[in-house]
Structures are given as structure tokens and as C-alpha cells.
Design a protein around this ligand. Structure first.
Ligand SMILES: Nc1ncnc2c1ncn2[C@@H]1O[C@H](COP(=O)(O)OP(=O)(O)O)[C@@H](O)[C@H]1O
Ligand SMILES: [Mg+2]
Length: 220
């Protein structure tokens, strides 16, 4: 469901953030992306989710060739992808339930449908009791669970998590990783960037590594 062929990304400078990336991932896989700060992990994810274009090469995700994608297809493509960040990116003035349902409100879904989907997402991440609280009242681990609920509410084919445990203590990190594995077991492809090597070793999943824009490891 993801295929990178000879992908380069060069920022002005020039900074060679991705160099000749080849990568193939099947639907339903769980993959770790490791590499030091500045290696190109976030750039790989931005290119994969069409938040940024590549400089050359081909990227196909969920059946879309991203170089060929029309602007009108972008919202449909985006619904196939959920993204989770290190710093949660929840809106502080909204409740947990409102944060999770926001994209559905923006799309003008019926409020009864939104309520049902939000409840289901909250159940999946075990946060029903926090629905009406604001993010600041939650622990870091709970905030990340809310962010995961927001990311999976569309039932995306792919969930990208960019250092999701970077701000969490070890116990909360384990809970978040368990939850991401659970999301994968429901059929979603899950791609997790981290520099926590001990966690990667414990979980025994497919792993690719990036260093100075060059991807290595289990790339095919
Ligand atoms: N928008 C940008 N403009 C210029 N350089 C960038 C931009 N985004 C990232 N970079 C550079 O690209 C390289 C890879 O960055 P990044 O993908 O964020 O790495 P990582 O997520 O592994 O820490 C770094 O050298 C970074 O400074
Ligand atoms: Mg990064």
C-alpha cells in the first residue's frame, strides 16, 4: 500500500533530506522507522502523507500516485491517512470529544453520526471517562490516546506516528505502543518513527532505519 521508488527530497540550501529512497509496505503491516534527529524521518512522513512533495522519484500510497494527484483528490487521500505527533497537537480550548470529532464537524456530518463515531473512537482508546475534559486535564499518555482516536476516526488505511512516545515516560510509552499495535490488528497499516532503540528491540517488528536521508534495513 506504500511504494517509494528512487525518491529524493532536497530543501533549499541545499539540504538532501531524502536520498534515493526505495520502500515497499503492504496493507496491515507494522513498521518502525528509526534514525537520529535530523536524519529525515519527519520528511519521509510528510512526503508519504502529501504534506510536502518529493523533488524526484515516485511515491504511491493507498492507490494514489502522489506526483499525479489532482487537488480535488487530496481530501479523499487525506482520509486514508491518520497522523499522530510527538506533541499531540490537540486544541486546548476544545474538549477531548470535540477534538476527536473536529474533522467530521468540518465536513458537516450529521451530529448524531459524529457522536456515534466519537464514542466508538473513545472506546477504542479507552478514554470514555475523559470525553468532556479539556486536554490540559489529561496526562501525556491520555492526550496521546486522544490524538490517536482523532487520527483513526476516519478508519484510515494508514496511521503514521512521528515519535509518538517522545514526550512520555516509559510506562505511558508502552501503553501507547500497545494501542498502536491494537490499531494495526484492526487492519490499519501502522508506521512509527522513534529513536527509542530498546522499545524497537522489545517489540520485534519490521524496522527500517534512516541516516542522513538514506534508508536501510528491511526496505522491501
Ligand atoms: N522545511 C524545511 N526546510 C529546510 N530544511 C528542512 C526542512 N524540513 C527539514 N529540513 C532539514 O531536513 C533534514 C531532515 O529533517 P527531518 O525530516 O525533520 O529529520 P528527523 O525527523 O529525522 O529529525 C534536516 O537536516 C532538517 O534540518
Ligand atoms: Mg522528526
Amino acid at each position: 500500500m506504500i511504494e517509494f521508488s528512487h525518491v529524493y527530497k532536497t530543501y533549499p540550501g541545499p539540504v538532501h533530506a531524502l536520498r534515493n529512497i526505495d520502500l515497499k509496505i503492504n496493507q496491515g503491516e507494522f513498521i518502525f522507522l528509526t534514525g537520529p534527529s535530523g536524519a529525515g524521518k519527519s520528511t519521509l512522513f510528510k512526503v508519504m502523507s502529501a504534506f510536502d512533495g518529493c523533488t524526484s522519484g515516485q511515491v504511491v500510497v493507498a492507490g494514489y500516485d502522489l506526483n499525479e494527484m489532482k487537488a480535488k483528490d487530496l481530501p479523499y487521500f487525506r482520509r486514508q491517512i491518520g497522523v499522530v505527533f510527538q506533541d499531540f497537537k490537540l486544541l486546548p480550548e476544545k474538549t477531548v470529544a470535540e477534538n476527536i470529532g473536529l474533522s467530521l464537524w468540518v465536513r458537516n456530518e450529521k451530529s448524531s453520526v459524529i457522536e456515534e463515531k466519537v464514542k466508538e473512537a473513545l472506546e477504542q482508546v479507552n478514554l470514555i471517562h475523559r470525553a468532556d475534559h479539556h486536554p490540559e486535564m489529561l496526562s501525556g499518555g491520555e492526550q496521546q490516546r486522544a490524538a490517536i482516536a482523532r487520527a483513526i476516526i476516519h478508519r484510515p488505511q494508514l496511521l503514521i506516528a512521528d515519535e509518538p512516545t517522545g514526550n512520555l515516560d516509559p510506562k505511558m510509552s508502552e501503553e501507547i505502543m500497545d494501542l498502536l499495535e491494537y490499531v494495526c490488528q484492526q487492519g490499519t497499516t501502522v508506521f512509527v518513527a522513534t529513536h527509542d532503540h530498546s522499545m524497537v528491540e522489545r517489540r520485534k517488528k519490521r524496522t527500517v532505519s534512516i541516516s542522513e536521508g538514506i534508508l536501510s534495513g528491511d526496505i522491501k
